[in-house]
Design a protein around this ligand. Structure first.
Ligand code: AMP
Length: 213
């Protein structure tokens, strides 16, 4: 499948992507994960992106398009891909359209994961992420805790609260989402490929996506 997941931070895009990946082998491409790995590795890209990310602001479109132009041409994308966190602005969506036309790729579906601000705040402030860049398993101290507090079940690395998951940064990310990313629902609705799905339960979201393709 070739799909784009839209939805505010905390809507469950990462979890849904992982479930879809195990469904048919499509690759999960998260620009947030790519950027966090670059920050951790201290690359030039990471150093440029860090200040924007810590504030909860978007990284400039030019940096993101450079990453995605390379990533979408890697061989594993031929199995299909799930775009998580990209595009995030109308200019990114327009650039993506040009890139996909150049590569003769058609998007099957844009799924808009819809969830209330209250639930998002609750989910994100209680979320913990594995600090190991090649694992990045996601937990929740309330409803999906690690077996040993602060230790990843999968790889044994410490779990952390992301620096952009403090209440202040989350509120800024939601504001940024509403101003810059929410207009993409109209953009894709006009193309006739948008489906809005209530995102309370991830397994229900996955079923709806699979049955819509
Ligand atoms: P995410 O994990 O998708 O919420 O992304 C974390 C942060 O990475 C965002 O708050 C942005 O600072 C940055 N980021 C991720 N994807 C994009 C994108 N497509 N455009 C601009 N910034 C992005």
């Amino acid at each position: 499948m070739r799909i784009i997941l839209l939805g505010a931070p905390g809507a469950g895009k990462g979890t849904v992507s992982n479930l879809l990946t195990s469904h048919d082998g499509s690759v999960h491409i998260s620009t947030g994960d790519i950027l966090r790995n670059a920050v951790k590795a201290g690359t030039h890209l990471g150093n440029q992106a860090k200040q924007f990310m810590d504030r909860g602001d978007l990284v400039p479109d030019s940096l993101i398009m450079g990453i995605m132009e390379e990533r979408l041409q890697e061989p594993d994308c031929q199995k299909g891909f799930i775009l998580d966190g990209f595009p995030r602005t109308i200019p990114q969506a327009e650039e993506l359209d040009k890139l996909l036309a150049k590569l003769s790729i058609r998007i099957d579906l844009v799924a808009n994961l819809d969830v209330s601000k209250e639930i998002i705040l609750q989910r994100l402030t209680t979320r913990r992420t594995c600090s190991n860049a090649s694992c990045q398993a996601i937990y929740n101290v309330k409803n999906n805790p690690t077996k040993v507090e602060g230790v990843c079940d999968k790889c044994g690395s410490p779990t952390i609260q992301r620096s952009d998951e403090t209440e202040q940064a989350i509120l800024n990310r939601l504001d940024t989402y509403n101003k810059q990313t929410a207009p993409l629902t109209d953009y894709y609705s006009q193309k006739g490929i948008l489906k809005t799905i209530e995102a309370l339960f991830e397994d229900v979201v996955v079923k709806e996506i699979v049955s819509s393709i």
